[in-house]
Design a binder for this molecule. Structure first.
Ligand code: BGC
Length: 762
C-alpha cells in the first residue's frame, strides 16, 4: 500500500438530504425490476415523512383494476394463498387459478412447470415463486450476521444483488428476506439471520439488502414483523414483551428503512408481542406499517402463522383464525390454507367486507405487475446454469468472507503466519464440512461446491512451501474423542495448530435455541488437549453466534470468528491466516463472557446506581463482570490504530448534521483498514437515554505511520427517541460524543444542541 496515492476516507453516514416527494412517489410506485437502485435510497428510513400515495393511477394500477374486475370470489381468495412444494402441493389448485404464490420450487424446470399450470388457469395470473434467499442462492456468501460485521452495507447490497441474479435466472422471483429483527440474545439461533444488536447497523443493512435483492430481480419480504428477535429466554417462537417506546426506537426502524427502500412485502412474526401474535397485530400492520409509513405492498403471514393463532389462544377455530388475521391486515396466508378454506364463506356471511378482499388482491397483483411477471418467459434452464457460481460471484463471496472475519485475539503477533511457520496442523471436523460452512438457510448452496477450509489452507500452504497436516480429532459435532490422540500428535509435530471449532449449521438458525454458549460436544476437551502440547493454537470459530470459551481463551495464540463463511470460506480464511488479506470484521454484537450475561448489548441505559467496585448496592453481578468479553464494534487488525484531535462542528439543530472529526493514525507496521465509530449520548433527557449509541461510522485505509482525518456525520434528527405515545423528540441541550474503534471509544467531545425537534406519531 506504500506509495499509493492518498484516497479520501470513505464515509458512511446514515442520512442524506430527503428526496423530493415526487422522486419518492416514483420510487415506491412501479419500479422496474432489475433496475439498479440509487444508494441513497437505503437511508430514507430516517425520513419521518409518510410515503405519499401515487397521485394518478398508473398503468399498472389500471391493469390491476381490469383484472380484478374479471375475477371470481374464489379466484380472488386464491391469490391470497401461498402454497409450498411438498406433499400438500395441489397442481389442480394452481391450474384452477386458486393459488397466488408457491414457495420452495427452486430450479428452472420446476418453476417452469408450476408457472405453466398457472398459465392454464382461466385468467393465467402468474405465480409468485418464493424462497428463503438470505446469504445466497447457489453461490453462498457469509451469513447475514457476518456480513454485518463488515460494517459495509454496500457489500451486503452487492451480495444480495448477486444472490438475486442467480435466483431470478432460475425463475424465483421473491425472497423471504431480509430479516430485520434486532437481537441482543445469542441464545436465539436466528440471531445469525440478522444484523446484530444495533438499530443503526440493522437499519442500514436491511435497506441495503432490500435494494440489492430488488436490483437483482427479486421481490423482498421484510421479516419478522415485529419483535421476534427479543423472544424471552432466547427461545425461538416464545413470547416477547417490548415497551412502546423501545419498540419504536429499537425494533421498528429497520422495517421502516426496508419499506422506504422499496420492500414489496412484509412477513408477520410467529411470536406474540405483549400477548398479540404477529398475524393479528392490527395496530402494527394497519396502523404503523400502512397508515404511518404508507406501505403499499402486501403482508404475508409466516409459515402456518394463521393456523397457529389457535395454539396461541386467540382463535377458536380455523374460520376465526382466518378472519382475524385477514382483518388485522394479513393479505397472504403462508401454507396453512385457512384463507382459501374459510374466507369465501366469511365474505358471503358479511363478516369480512368484500372491499377488503379487493384491496388485498390489488396489493398482490400490483407487485406481480410491477415485477413484470405477466407475460414473462419461463426460466431457461441453460441460462440458469450459466448464471450460477460465476467467477464474479465467487470472487465477491471470498472478499465478503475475509472482510467479515473478526480477529479477536492475536498473542505476540501469532497471525498472520510469519516465515517461522513452516508446518501447520489443521484440526476440527468443520474444516471439511462444506455444507456447514454455508450456514443455515443456504438456499441451493451445495456442500460439494464449497471450497472447504482444508482445501483453502492446503492450497495456500503448498504455494508457500508450508507443510499442512490434517487430523480432524472428531467430526463437526464432536461426540467422540477417538481421534483426539492423532490430532494432538499432529499439533506436536507442527509449528502451529489451527483448530476449526464451533457449531454445525443445524446448531444455528431457526429452531436452534441454546441455554449454553459453550463449544458443543467434546470440542473444549479437544482444544485443551491441543493447548497442552505447548504449541501455539489458533482457533477459527465457525458459527452464527458468539460462543464462550471460558478461561481457555487466555491460553490461545489466536482466535478468529469466521462465522459461516460461505462457498469461498476456505480460501478466504487462508487469505487471512497467511496475511494475503486482513481480517476486516468488527463485531455487530457484544460478545458475552458467559451466557448468564445475556441479553447483552452495549447501549445499556444508565442505572441510578452506577457500578462502584466497593459498593455492592450498585449495578453489578456478584460473580462476573458486567462488561462483555469483546465489545460491540471490536475487531483486531494486523496493525494498530490511535485516535486523536477530536473536533465537533458547531450546529444549531433542526435538519442539520453533527459533524465530528478525528485523526486516525496507523501505529503499526502493516497497512490496515479501520472502522472509526461515532457514539453519542444525551445525558439528561425526558427518558433515560442509553450510555452511548452508534450514530455513524467510516472506514479508513491507512499505510503504516499514516494519519488521516476521518469525518463522521450524524443527522440531528437521528439523535432523539420516542415517547410512549409514539411522539419522536430530539431534545436540546448538551450531548456527549465518543470516537474510537469499538463501543468503548474513549476520545470524548461534546456539543450543545440549541434547537430540538418534535414529530408527532404518524
Ligand atoms: C420462518 C421464516 C421463513 C419461512 C419459510 C418460517 O418457519 O420463520 O423465516 O421465511 O419459514 O421458509
Amino acid at each position: 500500500m506504500e506509495g499509493r496515492p492518498p484516497r479520501p476516507a470513505a464515509t458512511i453516514t446514515p442520512d442524506v438530504a430527503p428526496l423530493p416527494r415526487r422522486a419518492l412517489a416514483a420510487y415506491i410506485g412501479p419500479v422496474p425490476f432489475g433496475a439498479p437502485m440509487p444508494r441513497l435510497l437505503a437511508v430514507l428510513a430516517l425520513a419521518a415523512l409518510p410515503l405519499p400515495a401515487l397521485a394518478q393511477p398508473s398503468a399498472i394500477d389500471a391493469q390491476v383494476e381490469a383484472l380484478l374486475a374479471r375475477m371470481t370470489l374464489e379466484e380472488q381468495v386464491g391469490q391470497l394463498h401461498l402454497g409450498s412444494n411438498g406433499p400438500g402441493f395441489r397442481p389442480d389448485a394452481a391450474r384452477a387459478g386458486l393459488v397466488g404464490g408457491l414457495m420452495n420450487f427452486n430450479d428452472a424446470p420446476d418453476v417452469a412447470r408450476v408457472q405453466a399450470l398457472a398459465r392454464e388457469s382461466r385468467l393465467g395470473i402468474p405465480l409468485l415463486i418464493g424462497l428463503d434467499i438470505l446469504q445466497g442462492f447457489r453461490t453462498i456468501f457469509p451469513v447475514p450476521l457476518a456480513q454485518a460485521a463488515t460494517f459495509d452495507p454496500a457489500l451486503a447490497r452487492q451480495a444480495a444483488y448477486l444472490s438475486a441474479r442467480e435466483a431470478a435466472a432460475a425463475g424465483v422471483n421473491w425472497t423471504f428476506a431480509p430479516m430485520a429483527d434486532l437481537s441482543r440474545d445469542p441464545r436465539w439461533g436466528r440471531i445469525v439471520e440478522g444484523s446484530g444488536e444495533d438499530p443503526l447497523l440493522n437499519r442500514l443493512f436491511t435497506a441495503a439488502r432490500v435494494e440489492g435483492f430488488r436490483a437483482g430481480g427479486l421481490a423482498t419480504s421484510l421479516k419478522h414483523y415485529v419483535g421476534y428477535g427479543a423472544v424471552q429466554g432466547g427461545r425461538d417462537y416464545d413470547a416477547t414483551e417490548i415497551g412502546p417506546a423501545d419498540l419504536r426506537d429499537l425494533h421498528l426502524p429497520a422495517f421502516k428503512a426496508g419499506v422506504a427502500a422499496g420492500a414489496e412485502s412484509v412477513m408477520t412474526s410467529l411470536n406474540a408481542l405483549d400477548g398479540v401474535p404477529g398475524a393479528v397485530n392490527e395496530a402494527l400492520v394497519e396502523g404503523v406499517l400502512r397508515r404511518e409509513w404508507g406501505f403499499r405492498g402486501f403482508v404475508v403471514s409466516d409459515w402456518d402463522g394463521v393456523k397457529e393463532l389457535m395454539a396461541h389462544g386467540v382463535a377458536a377455530d380455523g374460520a376465526e383464525a382466518a378472519r382475524k388475521a385477514f382483518l388485522a391486515g394479513v393479505d397472504m396466508d403462508m401454507e396453512s390454507g385457512l384463507f382459501a378454506r374459510h374466507l369465501p364463506d366469511e365474505i358471503k356471511a358479511g363478516r369480512v367486507p368484500e372491499a377488503r378482499l379487493d384491496e388485498s388482491v390489488r396489493r398482490i397483483l400490483r407487485v406481480k405487475a410491477q415485477m413484470g411477471l405477466f407475460g414473462q418467459p419461463d426460466p431457461d434452464p441453460q441460462a440458469a446454469n450459466r448464471a450460477i457460481l460465476t467467477p464474479e460471484a465467487r470472487a465477491a463471496a471470498r472478499e465478503a468472507a475475509r472482510r467479515s472475519m473478526v480477529l479477536l485475539r492475536n498473542e505476540g503477533g501469532a497471525l498472520p503466519f510469519g516465515p517461522s511457520v513452516r508446518s501447520v496442523a489443521l484440526v476440527g471436523g468443520l474444516a471439511t464440512a462444506g455444507g456447514d460452512q454455508l450456514g443455515p438457510h443456504a438456499a441451493r448452496g451445495w456442500p460439494d461446491e464449497s471450497v472447504t477450509i482444508l482445501r483453502g489452507l492446503r492450497e495456500r500452504a503448498a504455494q508457500g512451501g508450508v507443510a499442512l497436516a490434517y487430523a480432524p480429532g472428531c467430526d463437526g459435532e464432536c461426540r467422540s474423542a477417538d481421534g483426539f490422540a492423532a490430532a494432538v500428535e499432529a499439533a506436536r509435530a507442527a509449528d502451529v495448530a489451527v483448530a476449526v471449532l464451533g457449531e454445525v449449521r443445524t446448531q444455528s438458525g431457526e429452531a436452534a435455541s441454546r441455554v449454553s454458549l459453550d463449544l458443543p460436544g467434546r470440542q473444549a476437551e479437544l482444544l485443551d488437549a491441543l493447548v497442552a502440547t505447548g504449541k501455539p493454537v489458533v482457533v477459527a470459530l465457525m458459527g452464527g453466534r458468539p460462543l464462550t470459551l471460558g478461561a481457555r481463551l487466555d491460553r490461545l495464540a489466536g482466535l478468529i470468528m469466521v462465522w459461516y463463511p460461505g462457498t469461498e470460506g476456505g480460501p478466504a480464511l487462508a487469505d487471512v491466516l497467511f496475511g494475503d488479506a486482513e481480517p476486516g470484521g468488527r463485531l455487530p454484537v457484544s460478545w458475552p463472557r458467559t451466557v448468564g450475561q445475556v441479553p447483552i448489548h452495549y447501549s445499556r441505559a444508565p442505572s441510578g446506581r452506577p457500578t462502584q467496585a466497593d459498593n455492592r448496592f450498585t449495578l453489578q453481578y456478584m460473580d462476573e463482570s458486567l462488561e462483555p468479553l469483546f465489545p460491540f464494534g471490536f475487531g483486531l487488525s494486523y496493525t494498530s490504530f490511535a485516535y486523536s484531535d477530536l473536533r465537533v462542528s458547531p450546529l444549531n439543530g433542526g435538519e442539520g448534521e453533527v459533524e465530528v472529526r478525528a485523526r486516525v493514525t496507523n501505529t503499526g507496521r502493516r497497512p490496515g483498514r479501520e472502522v472509526a465509530q461515532l457514539y453519542v449520548r444525551d445525558p439528561v433527557a425526558t427518558r433515560s437515554r442509553p450510555l452511548r449509541e452508534l450514530k455513524a461510522f467510516a472506514a479508513v485505509e491507512l499505510a503504516p505511520g499514516e494519519t488521516r482525518e476521518v469525518t463522521l456525520r450524524a443527522p440531528v434528527r437521528d439523535l432523539g427517541f420516542h415517547l410512549a405515545d409514539g411522539t419522536y423528540v430530539v431534545e436540546p441541550g448538551l450531548f456527549e460524543v465518543y470516537v474510537g474503534g469499538d463501543a468503548r471509544a474513549s476520545l470524548r467531545g461534546e456539543f450543545n444542541l440549541r434547537e430540538g425537534l418534535r414529530v408527532p406519531r404518524g
